[in-house]
Design a protein around this ligand. Sequence first.
Ligand code: C2E
Ligand code: MG
Ligand code: MG
Ligand code: MG
Length: 280
Amino acid sequence: KSKEISGNSYHFFSSGMDTRTFEIVKFENALYKALDQNELMIYYQPQINYETNTIVGVEALLRWNHPTEGMVSPDEFIPIAEETGLIVPIGEWVLRNACLQIKEWHRKGFPLISVSVNLSVRQFEQDNLFGMVKSILKKTELAPEYLHLEVTENQIIKNSDITLKTMEQLKGLGISIAIDDFGTGYSSLGYLKNFPISTLKIDKSFVQDIIQDEDNAAITNTIITLAQNLHLNVIAEGVETKEQAEFLAARSCYLMQGYYFSRPMKAEDIAELYLSCGVN
Ligand code: C2E
Ligand code: MG
Ligand code: MG
Ligand code: MG
C-alpha cells in the first residue's frame, strides 16, 4: 500500500506547487502595487461605423506596463485580479479614467464618441457597483449615454439575480450594456429576453474566419440576424481585413472594431488622429 503513495512523486508534486504558488503570490503583490505606482494604463481602440466611415466610440482596454516584464496582456493578469478581488479597485480605476478621458475629448470639441468599458463579474458582486458608476459619471460629468459597459454571457449567468438588478439600475440611468464575446459562452438565449441588453458583440474568433470557414460565416450571419430580430445593435470585433468588413457590411452589420481599422492606442494617439483629421 505505502508504495502507491510514492515519496518521490509526492515530493515532486509538492515542490512544483510551491514554486507555482510562489510565482502567483509574487505576481499578485506586483499587481497590488501596479495601481499605486501608475503602472496600469488604458489603451483605446476605435469602434467604426463602416457605412458612414466615422469613429463612433472607443473600447477601453487595460494594459500593465510591468517594470521588468514589459507590457503584460490583460488576458494574463485579469484572471488573477479577479481571483484576488483586485479587479474591484482596478475596475473602478479604469472606469473613472476612461470617463475622464472621454469627457476631456468632448470638452476639446472632438466628436461625441462613446466609451466601452469591460466589467468583470466580481464587480457585480461588489458592494455597490451601481452607486460607484453613478458617482463616477457625476464627478466626471460624462453623460450616461456615452458610457457602454461590456459583460460576457458567463458573467450574466453566474450571478443572475444581482446582475439583473444592477443592470436594470444602470440602464435606468441611460447606460447601455453589450454582451462581449457573444457566441462563445453559455448557450441559453433566454437571458437576452430578460436582461436589459442593447448590443451583441460578435466574438473575434468567428469574425476572423468568416471568409475561409463556412461554419464561422454561418454563425456570424446568425448572430447578426438574431440581433436584428431582437432590435439589438450588433458590433463585430477582430475585423482584420477589408474582405471581412465587406462581408459584415453586406449583412448590414456596420459597427466594427479591429486591427483593419486600428489597434488599441494610447489616448494621445487617438487625440492626434482627430487633430490630424482636422477636427477642432
Ligand atoms: P475583449 O473585451 O473581448 O477585447 C477585445 C480584445 O481583442 C482586445 O484584447 C483587443 O486588443 C483585441 N483585438 C481587437 N481587434 C483585434 C483584431 O483585429 N485581431 C485580434 N487578434 N485581436 C483584436 P486585449 O486588449 O488583449 O484584451 C483582452 C481581454 O482582456 C478583453 O477582451 C477583456 O475581456 C479583458 N480586459 C481588457 N481590459 C479590461 C478591463 O479594464 N476590465 C476587465 N474586466 N477586463 C478587461
Ligand atoms: Mg470587450
Ligand atoms: Mg470581446
Ligand atoms: Mg474577451
